[in-house]
Design a protein around this ligand. Structure first.
Ligand code: ZN
Length: 281
């Protein structure tokens, strides 16, 4: 009973927060309308926002902005479920269902905002590069350290299964796929492979097929690529290059939707997350 009250409370506060965010996005939109076309040379020059190409440099962008999107993002689905169930949605079906219901709430709010302002509101499954570490710090200050909830440097990306959880490839895809249809502003599901992936084309084809069959909107297979800066050898390099013994290694990883030039350029929260990621089998 206590749990069902907590779930109800969570959904109510989620709704309240999403409405606040929706209104804030609208306020920002009103302000941005007053910007001038020349402030967005790429967007206007390429007519990315419909009608933008026809504006003169000193015209206000105005209604051209209407074809942009207003995203309501979220992180830490896993952490929130852990707070309620002592387990994430990768382990508990009840937690999975609760997280799904939370996403339904966010979509309801996005729908209401759309109807109210006739703008493209959407729910966004975000990795929140900056917030991922900032929110945990703020929450520790406010609530103290809660094991499993905010005791790491980062919150888990959107609806993703905990990066530390040993979950089978097929299960990860099956559990995350239904959330893609509920996050139309953007989403991704990763499978982490070890460095031997490129030798096993069949396994990769199988994973892609599984993603397609489960209606994953955007799927990604991550595997590490290290490059020796001295002799340009590529592969998985542990301490030093197997060819020339150099220790000057560029470590390419995919942490969020795009490839990073080098791991060293990421903030500490995201680097900590990368360190914790388990490989999937
Ligand atoms: Zn080398």
């Amino acid at each position: 009973r206590i749990l069902s009250v907590s779930i109800q409370k969570l959904k109510e506060s989620l709704r309240e927060m999403a409405l606040l965010v929706g209104e804030q996005l609208h306020e920002r939109y009103l302000y941005q309308r007053s910007a001038l076309a020349r402030q967005f040379p790429f967007m206007m020059g390429n007519d990315v926002w419909k009608g933008g190409g026809a504006l003169k440099p000193n015209d206000k962008v105005g209604s051209v902005l209407d074809s942009g999107t207003l995203g309501i993002g979220f992180i830490g689905g896993h952490n929130a479920m852990y707070a309620l169930y002592g387990m994430g949605h990768g382990e508990s079906t009840a937690a999975w269902e609760t997280l799904r219901e939370c996403l339904v709430v966010l979509n309801e709010v996005a729908g209401e905002m759309k109807a109210k302002y006739h703008l493209n509101y959407s729910v966004l499954a975000t990795p929140a590069e900056g917030l991922s570490g900032r929110f945990t710090k703020l929450d520790v200050k406010r609530y103290g350290k809660i094991p499993g909830v905010n005791d790491r440097e980062y919150y888990i990306n959107s609806f993703h299964i905990d990066v530390k959880e040993e979950v089978r490839i097929a299960d990860k895809i099956r559990l995350e796929a239904p959330f893609h249809a509920l996050t139309l502003g953007g989403h991704i599901t990763y499978i982490e492979l070890d460095g031997e992936a490129k030798k096993n084309i069949r396994a990769i084809v199988k994973i892609v097929k599984l993603m397609k069959d489960n209606q994953i909107g955007y799927g990604s297979i991550n595997h590490p690529i290290d490059t020796c800066r001295s002799c340009h050898y590529k592969g998985v390099i542990y301490d030093r290059c197997p060819i020339c013994k150099s220790e000057d290694i560029q470590r390419m990883r995919r942490i969020t939707g795009y490839l990073t030039g080098d791991l060293a350029s990421w903030n500490s929260a995201k680097r900590a997350e990368e360190r914790d990621r388990v490989k999937h089998h």
